[in-house]
Design a protein around this ligand. Structure first.
Ligand SMILES: [Zn+2]
Length: 316
């Protein structure tokens, strides 16, 4: 038989007070325990944030990107922050040519290390509306064969920026101030000669590169590249208007070319003849008479004052 224990009022109160005290104590213990873990979590998050911030702030050098391919994307971001980016360049991304070819449905040249690409609008639409450009950067940008320093990398990126700028305008400015519209690159049969336009776009962009201070090894190859694209104008002589081809040869002849070792100056039957002789193929690229006349006059009988006036006007 169960025996009922009767408690006095005082005892009941005592028990109640005891229970309240215990409950409070449990709560405090729980709070102590959980506050410990909260502090740990906050500390971990804090340390993580500091680490992430420091990592994010860390400057990656060009040399590091050669060793660690995983740093290249971040390096490109860092350079873009430094040099800026026009709005019409939608993305600058790093990847293998095969992956990016699939993504953009575009065929890259085997020696490409950086390329500006866009969907080609009809010729007449160039310069009328924005042409969104993507710049693709490939692993050979970081193999040191071509680009030796950060300055070289930036200069190449700016080379692509220049293409992007020209794609917006739909025209190229020659050194005489003449505007060469993209629509001028139609063959006599009415076909768009994209290869010739590409050569002229390269001349335009490499000309800008020549003005930038970059490493010496690169400097030599820029001049050779310029000369390569320049002499490629001759390859288009058959299908294009001969006057346009002659005009391009004159417009893109640069002063420094006068001193190039491949430029041969000869007198044939009393007439002065200038041509570039390819060092390997020995092919000869004859320069239009207008170039010879302009430069031999200045080198020869022109009075100094006249030359200075021309210098001031930028008539080259
Ligand atoms: Zn280019």
């Amino acid at each position: 038989m169960k025996r009922e224990v009767r408690l006095t009022r005082k005892e009941r109160r005592k028990i109640k007070l005891q229970q309240i005290k215990e409950k409070k104590h449990r709560k405090v213990r729980f709070f102590e325990k959980s506050s410990f873990w909260i502090i740990v979590a906050v500390a971990v998050i804090f340390v993580g944030l500091i680490g992430w911030f420091l990592w994010d702030q860390q400057t990656i050098s060009f040399a590091e990107t050669l060793k660690y391919p995983q740093l290249r994307e971040k390096y490109i971001e860092q350079i873009v922050k430094k040099v800026g980016k026009p709005d019409y360049i939608t993305v600058i991304e790093y990847g293998e040519p095969k992956e990016l070819e699939k993504k953009y449905n575009y065929h890259f040249k085997p020696d490409d290390f950086m390329t500006a690409i866009h969907k080609i609008p009809p010729l007449t639409e160039y310069g009328k509306k924005e042409v969104p450009i993507s710049i693709c950067v490939f692993p050979p940008s970081f193999d040191k064969k071509f680009l030796k320093t950060e300055g070289d990398f930036i200069s190449s990126l700016l080379h692509e920026y220049r293409h992007a700028e020209i794609f917006q305008k739909g025209e190229i400015e020659g050194k005489s101030g003449a505007t060469i519209m993209f629509s001028a690159f139609l063959t006599e049969g009415g076909r768009f000669n994209k290869n010739l336009l590409d050569d002229v776009l390269e001349l335009d962009a490499v000309k800008m590169e020549l003005l930038r201070p970059i490493s010496k090894e690169y400097h030599i190859s820029r001049e050779d590249r310029y000369l390569l694209y320049y002499t490629q104008i001759w390859d288009h002589s058959e299908e294009m208007n001969p006057e346009f081809i002659k005009f391009l040869k004159i417009e893109f002849f640069e002063n420094w070319m006068l001193k190039h070792p491949d430029l041969i100056k000869e007198k044939q039957e009393g007439k002065e003849i200038w041509y570039f002789k390819h060092p390997r193929t020995a092919r000869e690229y004859y320069l239009p008479e207008e170039i010879i006349r302009r430069f031999s006059l200045r080198q020869g009988s022109k009075p100094l004052v006249f030359i200075l006036i021309e210098l001031k006007k930028g008539n080259f």
